[in-house]
Design a protein around this ligand. Sequence first.
Ligand SMILES: Cc1cc2nc3c(=O)[nH]c(=O)nc-3n(C[C@H](O)[C@H](O)[C@H](O)COP(=O)(O)OP(=O)(O)OC[C@H]3O[C@@H](n4cnc5c(N)ncnc54)[C@H](O)[C@@H]3O)c2cc1C
Length: 465
Amino acid sequence: MPLNHLNQQDHRYLASLVAPERCSTGESILNTHSRDQSRHPAVRPEVVIWPETKEEIAAILKYADEKRLPVTAWGAGSSLEGNPIPLCGGIVLSFARMNRIVNIRESDFQIDVQPGVIYKEMNHELRHTGLFFPPDPGAGATIGGMIANNASGTRTVRYGSTKDYVQRLTVVLAGGEIIDIGNRASKSSSGLDLLHLFVGSEGMLGVVTEATLRLAGIPEEFAWAVATFPSVEAASRAVLDTIRSGIDPAALELLAPECVELINRARNFGLICSPSLFIELHGPTRQRLADDLRIVEEICRNEACAEFRPGLDRAERDRFVEARHALGEMIAQAHTGQKRVVIDVAVPISTYPEMIAFARQEAQKAASVTAYTFGHAGDGNIHMVVGAQGDDVQAWHAIEGLNERVVAKALHLGGTATGEHGVGIGKMKFMPAEHGASLEWMRKIKQLFDPNGILNPGKMFPSQR
Ligand SMILES: Cc1cc2nc3c(=O)[nH]c(=O)nc-3n(C[C@H](O)[C@H](O)[C@H](O)COP(=O)(O)OP(=O)(O)OC[C@H]3O[C@@H](n4cnc5c(N)ncnc54)[C@H](O)[C@@H]3O)c2cc1C
């Protein structure tokens, strides 16, 4: 049955469920919740509601389900694939007011949070406990958005992605039922793993209203190095050898020369403009890290690394990490007026050099397109930020083709169309090629949890649009 638009009665009823200032149809509010950080066209919701309790959410979802009204959850809107764009209009549930840390249980290495908590702010709050939440997508993402997208980041090579840190969820289902999933034990072999069904489900199976997250200990000491190589392939091989050596790096980030040049310009690092690896190590003592750095240097030198700049001091490391996270912004500033997309694929680590070489060759064929290649190399994850003038139809046609060829190559190598940004709108068309017959089982699961298709409609399954 098709979904409906809100009528006057719907607006009145929904407004009656929350305090007046927590329900808006104001132009600027609707516009703010009409697009994420991607290039996908904006679609405005019909109302934005800021719930404060799971009971309010249950009442909203119960009504929406009865009336067949679309509901899309909204974290910080920092997605890159159109994930929170309310494609069918309807209700946007913003979690900006459910942003409390409920309980820090230091001795269990756990934290209970509401979904609107910004992960960076949470880590700031945690700093005195000696614990932290490792997944770091960089943008000002919320925990709810990170769970829904299974976000990861620079530290995933050592610490894993969001899915590895979610222990328990409270979820409101499409009809308004509230369920608790998972538990607080550090291990369990009880029943089907519903928890991980919800992680990465992009708000399509239910709405997360509270999460228990596992935390890691803040390492005693940090070491880092920047190594420059004659080719991207040589740098990729050094990544493989570093992992193979048994050293457990906390970050292994690849930067193609064009990225190094930008970082030099913006932060004055004076690095050689060659393919580079930013390597971070965490450990209990400086001595241990100094030993590890020597091994990493040997590995890099074996791949004809021209410069190896190591360090054990925290301030310089922080400067590199900040610069790496600011790369997207630097690219935007270098090409004002351009529109951009981020191609995000991941492949088995052994095929990383081949994948990188392919993507860069293909990008070079596209005239009037700028391309910046970097990635979480330790995870086999490549990002390519490609841009062109918004009205350059030919260039955008070329970018579309480039994206398709890069994804096809990643799938051919046994990888995935989306390393960490989720499916959203942008990666929907690749779902059949990536998942084959198992996509049908995903569809059945969606149908089971959300039979009327009200939750984040129009996403993930191509034929649903
Ligand atoms: C500059 C930049 C760099 C980035 N780098 C990375 C990176 O390194 N790694 C990475 O993984 N991502 C990265 N991202 C993408 C993005 O930040 C992440 O995907 C992030 O997890 C999105 O969180 P959000 O709070 O903005 O969620 P939103 O974009 O608001 O929503 C994301 C999805 O979650 C759903 N959702 C939100 N809250 C809930 C809830 N409570 N219950 C159920 N569903 C919910 C939404 O419906 C939507 O489908 C980057 C983005 C930018 C702009």
